[in-house]
Design a protein. Structure first.
Length: 484
């Protein structure tokens, strides 16, 4: 079970400098009232209009929500939010941020209304960063998203992040190591062997940790769900399971992963599945009946899915000059952009052919369809981006994911839930997060438009409340300044 309320927070040095000058500081006795705001209820899909929300910087909680402009608790500062809309702080449930050179990303999350993230893989030593950021957050020296982290994924080909999992004994020891270093859950990766996967799941249950991540190549999605994997990422394993050629497809993927200890093997797996999924979508081997049975199993087992459609889009549009010349790139370090544009940097993208890019586009369309079908079947969906991959941007790419989820068939309310209510439920934190309710943590986003009318309105941010501290648009713009 995920531990409750592990507050891990970070921000760039530029933000710390602003705080030192008083641009962002509030005394611990400060309260702020958002006056005249319309509260979006992500549970019901309704709107409570003309409310005043009073938040406390001392407790980081919502003190009061009152109709009209005269609350019982008189705030020491008021913000005219007449006609604006407020939603709960957003969560990106699949990021890679626990790297020293990505600390500057975290302030950008706040600038984009993302007040919580789930970090899905880093070196073991980087879990110490989370502890340091949490301590500084408690001292109110840092501002940024709450972070829940896995540490290194088990079964990854990235040696700098790997823990040995070649045997069942090593797999169990790896889980114990993660627990001792403060990991919040265990992430499994595609190249984890079947025996090791089963040992990881069993040991994680003993250690009180949830298992999340990829569906390993040698395990079916149904088997992973039955074993107790709590969330599955990127829709891996689904199209194989929904194919009338399931056995043949699995054999091809397994052959591609024959040497699981290298990044080249992982690149081969990705490119093989791109080809097979593209072919499957075109040659009528997809079985809606098999998918329905699988989705019913996910619902029965309470298995969540984090589709990361925005990642699939980034893979599919690498040859699209309009897509790759995104103005958001200006806010990132030049070294990051250079790596993104280097076709030799990643085995998944090295020497891509026109046919491979076509297959990726076909796969994106099919996985969008799958996401909508899963949602309609009652499978829990989590919004995530896989930040750390090329052409994904801290904070803002989550808004892209919400747009893609609506295009996949979710209503605007249900898309909002994937980044608010659903993460709170998944993390067993519904008592403090996920809705705008008195007594809950004051992580809020103030918008200049109703996201229930148009999900793109989540991008029209005029203010953010992070742990009870209000940041106006001018302060948020400062957090978005380019990193050099």
């Amino acid at each position: 079970m995920v531990r409750k309320l592990i507050l891990r927070v970070a921000v760039t040095s530029s933000v710390c400098a602003l705080a030192a000058t008083g641009a962002m500081t509030q005394t611990t006795t400060d309260t702020v009232g958002l006056v005249g705001v319309n509260v979006v209820d992500v549970e019901s899909g309704g709107v409570r209009r003309n409310q005043t929300i009073v938040v406390s910087a001392a407790t980081g909680r919502i003190v009061e929500i009152a109709a009209g402009a005269v609350p019982k608790v008189q705030p020491s500062r008021t913000v005219d939010a007449t006609g604006r809309f407020v939603i709960p702080g957003l969560w990106d449930m699949h990021v890679h941020t626990l790297e020293p050179n990505r600390e500057n990303y975290l302030a950008k999350f706040i600038a984009n209304g993302v007040t919580g993230v789930r970090d899905m893989g880093t070196q073991l030593s980087n879990l110490a960063l989370a502890n340091a950021w949490r301590r500084e957050a408690g001292e109110r020296k840092r501002l940024g998203p709450r972070i829940y982290a896995s540490g290194p994924a088990l079964g990854t080909p990235r040696r700098e992040r790997a823990l040995p999992v070649g045997s069942s004994a090593e797999a169990r020891a790896a889980v114990v190591t993660l627990k001792s270093h403060g990991a919040d859950f265990v992430k499994v990766y595609s190249l984890l062997s079947r025996p090791a996967f089963l040992s990881v799941v069993d040991e994680a249950k003993k250690q009180g940790l949830d298992v999340v991540g990829h569906v390993p190549v040698w395990v079916t999605a149904a088997e992973a769900s039955d074993a107790g994997q709590k969330s599955m990422e990127h829709l891996y394993g689904l199209l194989e399971s929904c194919s009338t050629r399931e056995s043949d497809v699995r054999k091809e993927v397994e052959r591609a992963a024959a040497n699981p200890d290298t990044s080249e093997a992982w690149g081969a797996v990705v490119r093989t599945t791109d080809r097979l999924y593209g072919t499957q979508a075109q040659d009528q081997t997809y079985s809606a009946e098999k998918c329905r049975a699988l989705f019913a199993r996910f619902v029965r087992n309470r298995t969540w899915h984090c589709p990361t459609l925005v990642l699939r889009r980034a893979f599919a549009l690498r040859d699209d000059a309009v897509f790759t010349d995104d103005p958001r790139m200006k806010s990132l370090p030049p070294s990051v952009i250079e790596a993104w544009r280097n076709p030799q940097a990643d085995a998944r993208n090295r020497g891509l052919t026109a046919d491979e890019l076509r297959d990726r586009r076909t796969r994106l369309a099919k996985e969008s369809e799958l996401t909508g079908s899963m949602h309609r079947a009652g499978v829990g969906i989590l919004a995530g981006t896989d930040l750390g991959n090329p052409y994904l941007y801290p904070g803002s790419s989550l808004h892209d994911e919400l747009v893609l989820l609506v295009r996949a068939g979710l209503s605007t309310r249900d898309a909002l839930r994937t980044a608010t209510l659903n993460p709170a439920r998944f993390l067993a934190l519904s008592d403090s997060f996920g809705t705008v309710v008195q007594g809950k943590v004051a992580d809020l986003v103030v918008l200049d438009g109703n996201p229930l009318d148009d999900i793109a309105n989540t991008q029209r941010i005029v203010g953010v409340v992070a742990n009870g501290r209000y940041l106006a648009r001018t302060e948020l713009d400062t957090l978005q300044l380019p990193v050099r």
